[in-house]
Design a protein around this ligand. Structure first.
Ligand code: CUK
Ligand code: CUA
Length: 656
């Protein structure tokens, strides 16, 4: 490692940067060296730091934070400042712990037009908003790989809705709620051939220039219930749309997207996409888009996408397949879309709390350009264009630029704000967080992070009203920060105190898989609404047994239907006979408990699905097709009472 770093430092700066980006090497902060102690700074060792994150036993954290799981397809919930893991919410992946995606009720959540896809790459959680502030109602997240947007209900901390995004590939640029969740916006990373004529999409790759397009999806959110609906898409030029963020205040009607591959190279070999000196920041007026949509500018094309929802009353997911999608073409909608030149291969785009400044982080750029929304509006009014690209006006760089943050560090990725006039940018290559002033764009502080930070997050730091006390750096590389655990180490997050002039390192905590981004919210906006159990008399599951006397076993052809109840500490029925090899046995287990935190588990020997974990008042179903005759024990898997171990029974399977 040492030699690599030296090599990188002595190489020409640009080459070093590219090499470091390519290898993921850690190029330490140019201005500071940590003396090789793995970054155990005096701050981190001080009792100040310890007491700042200490939450006494039995006390609650001040904030909930929601960290994306990246390639595990889940969201993990941590308390801050303690860094304690509170929960893992499965979204796009099956979760053996509670049967999500395994039991009959939730399987439909993971259905897509490609079939059952029980995994995804989840990057960006975004909390729902009211008047530009987080409101603690829902969490929207994206599935990158098989384009999907999901909604987690923060009353139950469970995934209640997953919608596939048509005309998309690599749903990275997603999901971005507007200031009152009017829309959740999702954009494509990969442009793809869009089969507007209903073709198969089988198009030669060298037809990129002519045939490929990206899409920006406008998902409507029901203001009361949160239900999503794909209203329309804008079919945009075939760049790759990387990240987005919405405006606020004066810029509230706008949403901004970083794009790369704007020369449409098609393949990315030899960083082919980075030949242009500049790529673009795309600005879309979403309110105007909605107006054009209403005024009849919409076209329609065939589509095929799944929309999966958990029914509130039966607690069962249902899939609907949608066959059409409506779209706008930017070339037919003047004033709706503009391009702003941005440093090549830009990554993060972040809008400050006032809504006036748009900060673009170019991974390969040596400065951070800050655009002014007021100047952008003037430039549009005065037609300060630098030509056009695919029929979309390109604004003159100088006409929209407020200024540049000079020499911020290497590899700027993402910026968040503290609401006190400061911005904080993550530097992937020089592995640090850099604080600078929005007023004069001067760097005022920097702190090394371990190692190679991706996103950073300030609670509410992407909203109108940040809670600017803490910053969480989500680091890509862990190395020597923890006891070695073989070739793979847990990714590391670091909590930094940003309440003073100087940033202070408080805490390292391991994360679940790879958090790309996170959100956090004061606990008082979420905790009071948290559901403690489901009301049994509201359980409308068709196979629910709401009292023990309703439990029974019936046979329909080769289906054996077991309506079962669980309550501390027995199942009814607990001894089942009459099952034959090859039957499909459906255990519909209703948890009769009406108390907080008393789930029961249910598992059968040899059943090749997961167990299922049934919340109080709910019904869940384990499907089992026994392959051989025998006597099969079944039992409760969650230690629920002193007699938990006695919560068991047998199923007898006879030869056919
Ligand atoms: S992210 Cu998805 S590559 Cu910087 Cu938002 Cu990590
Ligand atoms: Cu029910 Cu253990």
């Amino acid at each position: 490692m040492e030699t690599l770093i030296n090599k990188l430092k002595t190489a020409a700066p640009k080459a070093a940067l590219l090499m470091a980006l390519a290898t993921g090497a850690v190029l330490q902060s140019c201005t500071k060296s940590d003396g090789g102690n793995g970054g155990a700074t005096a701050d981190a060792l001080s009792s100040d730091a310890a007491s700042a994150v200490y939450v006494a036993p039995g006390k609650h954290d001040e904030l909930y934070s929601f960290l994306s799981g990246g390639f595990n397809g889940q969201v993990s919930v941590y308390g801050l400042p303690s860094g304690r893991l509170l929960k893992i919410i499965p979204v796009f992946s099956q979760h053996a712990e509670n049967g999500y995606g395994y039991n009959e009720e939730t399987k439909a959540m993971l259905q897509t037009s490609h079939g059952f896809v029980p995994w995804d790459d989840l990057h960006h959680p975004k909390l729902s908003r009211t008047d530009g502030q987080t409101d603690g109602r829902w969490l929207f997240v994206n599935g990158n790989n098989t384009p999907r947007v999901a909604r987690v209900d923060l009353k139950t901390f469970e995934t209640v809705e997953i919608m596939e995004i048509p005309n998309s590939a690599g749903n990275h640029c997603s999901p971005y709620p507007t200031n009152n969740n009017e829309y959740v916006i999702a954009g494509t990373r990969f442009s793809v051939p869009l089969d507007m004529k209903g073709s198969t999409g089988d198009v030669a790759l060298d037809k990129y220039e002519e045939e490929f397009r990206g899409s920006i999806s406008f998902i409507k959110v029901d203001p009361k219930e949160g239900d999503m609906e794909l209203d329309f898409q804008i079919l945009v030029p075939g760049f790759d749309y990387d990240l987005a963020n919405g405006g606020k205040g004066p810029s509230e009607d706008w949403v901004f997207f970083t794009t790369y591959n704007s020369e449409k190279s098609g393949t990315l070999k030899e960083i082919g996409a980075s030949q242009n000196d500049k790529d673009y920041l795309a600005a879309i007026n979403w309110k105007l888009a909605a107006k054009y949509a209403k005024e009849g500018k919409l076209h329609e094309m065939p589509a095929n996408y799944y929309h999966n929802k958990l029914d509130k009353n039966t607690h069962t997911a249902k899939s609907t397949v949608k066959k059409k999608v409506r779209y706008l073409l930017p070339e037919e909608c003047p004033g709706m879309m503009y391009l702003l030149p941005a440093p090549k291969s830009p990554h993060g785009i972040d809008v400050d709390p006032s809504g006036e400044f748009m900060v673009v982080s170019g991974k390969l750029a040596s400065a951070i350009p800050v655009f002014s929304f007021a100047k952008m509006q003037d430039a549009i009014k005065n037609k300060q264009f630098d030509g056009e690209k695919n029929g979309i006006p390109v604004l003159k760089y100088e006409s929209v630029l407020k200024g540049e943050v000079k020499e911020p560090g290497l590899g700027p990725l993402h910026t968040e704000f503290d609401g006190k006039g400061n911005a904080y940018t993550s530097m992937f290559v020089s592995s640090e967080v850099v604080k600078w002033k929005l007023k004069d764009l001067k760097v005022v502080d920097r702190i090394p992070v371990y190692y190679s930070v991706g996103h950073l997050m300030i609670p509410g730091g992407d909203t109108k009203e940040p809670h600017g006390k803490y910053l969480v750096a989500m680091n890509k590389i862990t190395k020597d920060r923890y006891l070695p655990t073989g070739p793979e180490l847990a990714h590391s997050a670091q909590l930094i105190d940003i309440s003073g002039e100087k940033m202070k390192m408080l805490l390292d905590f391991p994360t679940v898989a790879e958090p790309h981004y996170a959100q956090a919210i004061v606990a008082s906006k979420v905790a009071p609404n948290s559901v403690k159990f489901h009301k049994l008399d509201e359980n409308k599951h068709p196979q629910a047994a709401k009292k023990e006397s309703e439990a029974n076993v019936t046979r329909k052809g080769n289906k054996v239907i077991v309506k079962m109840t669980s309550i501390r500490s027995h199942f009814t029925p607990d001894n089942i006979e009459g099952v034959q090899v090859g039957d499909t046995v459906l255990f519909h287990v209703t948890n009769l408990e009406q108390d907080w935190d008393v789930p029961h588990g249910f598992a059968v020997m040899g059943a090749n699905t997961a167990e299922t974990l049934i919340m109080p008042g709910a019904t869940q179903t384990l499907r089992w097709v026994p392959k051989k005759a025998g006597v099969y024990p079944m039992y409760c898997t969650d230690f629920c009472s002193a007699l938990h171990q006695e919560m068991q029974g047998y199923v007898r399977v006879s030869p056919k």
